[in-house]
Write a protein that binds this ligand. Structure first.
Ligand code: CP3
Length: 342
């Protein structure tokens, strides 16, 4: 059995203290991260194992989070397929966008063990830096979320292009989703070989689909990825934004943890996802409120989940760049101060 509360909670085993980490914990709200970013671009940072290890470790040293997450980005594995990913102030772009069946066919499958070597080297460097004080979470994007970026050519608010693509070309969409699932599954397997202690799949945009369409275009490919990286001791976490309408579909998925957003009722999620651990779900914008609100909201969540061994404290989505650092400290202290019932 692992000595880490985070791994024990992920497997629903009894543990001493409720573990906490937050999505995007290594990022721009941290002055120490901004200091590194003043010297290199985001893309350079993602290609330097030494700097990846440095920024991955920063939030652990500063706040005492119970898990670290690999510093990288879900869009990096798209590049070897034949697109160019650029990170700018307004968000990332992925070019050229996939709009027609022939665009999809032009994207190539590849071996992540070769093409993503720099990330795997980063994992090994981070593991040395962490020295097993906390476990390391590896990750990738869900096939549907990656497809959304490929088709939209970046972020979107209306998601018109991705809907047009999947509804007009369902067969071609399925073929590309298969390709993305295969790459992602192999990529996570390689991350596990390189030393990560848990894996998380980010299905950031699955929530734009109807529950029926979710079962067609997102869930089966997540299943493929999770089947490919199933092992005895590496928990598999799915994060889905706008989680609530999909809970019954997710209950069928073979994985250890579901990470839910703040719109989702934790008691209801616990009931529907019987047998799985739950991660979440503080509204990231509560951290912009007064410290007392951070305390009361945090305690409310802890109280709802008090009896459940399988609970990992997190936000309902990534921490926002302008978040006051003091409130992150308050959040972690509040979670750690609360004793688990014997
Ligand atoms: O602490 C961590 O979680 C580190 C690693 C991490 C990053 N991105 C670093 C990053 C992880 C796990 C991600 C996941 C990611 N990337 C997702 C899924 C999670 C989610 O938020 O839903 C998505 C959709 C992306 C794509 C992406 N990358 C966007 C939309 C952006 C721009 C928006 C933003 O927050 O800037 C990025 C850039 C990015 N990825 C940054 C970081 C720290 C900011 C880059 C910078 O330093 O300028």
């Amino acid at each position: 059995m692992s000595k880490h509360d985070f791994i024990q909670a992920a497997f629903g085993q009894p543990h001493e203290r409720t573990p906490i980490w937050v999505m995007r914990q290594a990022g721009r709200y941290l002055p120490a991260y901004r200091a590194v970013r003043d010297t290199v671009s985001f893309s350079e940072l993602c290609r330097s194992p030494k700097l990846m290890a440095e920024v991955t470790g920063q939030p652990i040293d500063i706040f005492g989070f119970d898990a670290a997450i690999l510093f990288s980005d879900i869009l990096l594995p798209l590049e070897p397929m034949g697109v160019t990913v650029t990170y700018a102030e307004g968000g990332p772009t992925v070019l050229p966008p996939v709009r027609r069946p022939e665009d999809a066919l032009a994207l190539r499958a590849y071996n992540p063990g070769d093409e993503m070597r720099h990330v795997l080297e980063g994992v090994r460097e981070i593991k040395k830096r962490l020295n097993d004080v906390v476990p390391l979470i590896g990750f990738c994007g869900s096939p549907f979320t990656l497809l959304t970026y490929l088709v939209e050519g970046g972020g979107s608010s209306s998601f018109t292009e991705i809907k047009k693509f999947i509804y007009n070309y369902p067969r071609e969409a399925a073929a590309l989703l298969d390709k993305l699932a295969d790459i992602s599954g192999q990529y996570l397997k390689r991350q596990i070989e390189a030393g990560v202690d848990a894996v998380q799949l980010f299905d950031t945009w699955g929530g734009i689909l109807s529950p029926q369409a979710y079962r067609q275009f997102s869930l089966p490919y997540i299943k493929t990825v999770f089947d490919m990286c199933k092992t005895r001791d590496i928990p598999r976490i799915l994060y889905l934004n706008f989680t609530r309408p999909y809970l019954t579909a997710l209950a069928e998925l073979d994985c250890e943890v579901v990470s839910v957003d703040w719109r989702t009722d934790l008691a209801e999620a616990t009931q529907i996802l019987d047998g799985k651990a739950i991660q979440g779900n503080l509204d990231p914008q509560v951290l912009f409120g007064p410290a007392e609100l951070v305390r009361t909201e945090t305690r409310r969540i802890l109280q709802v989940m008090e009896k459940k061994d399988g609970f990992i404290f997190n936000l309902g989505h990534g921490i926002l760049p302008k978040t006051p650092v003091e409130n992150v400290q308050v959040l972690v202290e509040t979670v750690h101060a609360e004793a688990r019932p014997k």
